[in-house]
Write a protein of this length. Structure first.
Length: 180
């Protein structure tokens, strides 16, 4: 059974994480060649730093859909305790049209949090994303699994940037069970 909205407290937490003080700022620059249209589509969550709003979620995806007005619809889905959890939000480029991977995302408007793309594979198959602090990190891929060498390379980048890669969680992924 589909369970819409993860809960008001979760929505508030997720929507405001980039707006709240605290956490250690990454200070790392976002990638500078992001085509939002090409970035859109389904991304599978390969790894994440633990968060309260994703605790226990498996088969997690993020779907980005370009809208005619330039905004990007964001649909995050995952399974917990046998139930599909889903939350919808909106993203926008901080500097529209410049290709900078610095976006703002809101799951509870009018509050927007940071969405910073720190790495994007040349072929667009893998991305490393943060909220702007070292407390949040996601490794996303276009497929439910990535080659070990590619994952090790992005983990080394994350570690060099100061992220606690030893704390990363690797949610179960299975294309047949992952909601799209």
């Amino acid at each position: 059974m589909k369970k819409c909205a993860i809960g008001v407290a979760t929505v508030l937490l997720f929507g405001l994480t980039g707006c709240l003080p605290g956490g250690r700022s990454t200070g790392d620059l976002a990638v500078t060649a992001v085509d939002p249209v090409r970035y859109c589509g389904v991304w599978y969550e390969i790894a994440r730093l633990p968060t309260r709003f994703e605790q226990g979620l498996i088969h997690v995806t993020a779907t980005y859909e370009q809208q005619p007005d330039g905004r990007i619809k964001v649909i995050n889905r995952g399974w917990k305790d046998g139930e599909l959890r889903e939350i919808t939000g909106w993203a926008r480029e901080v500097e529209p049209g410049k290709g900078i991977g610095e976006w703002e995302v809101s799951f509870f408007r009018p509050f927007y949090g940071k969405y910073r793309i720190l790495h994007l594979a040349d072929d667009g198959s893998l991305a490393m994303v943060t909220s702007g602090t070292r407390d949040y990190l996601w490794i996303l891929a276009r497929t439910p699994a990535v080659p070990e060498a590619q994952l090790e390379q992005v983990l080394a980048m994350a570690k060099q940037m100061g992220f606690a890669v030893d704390l990363l969680e690797y949610p179960q992924q299975d294309a047949a069970k992952t909601p799209l």
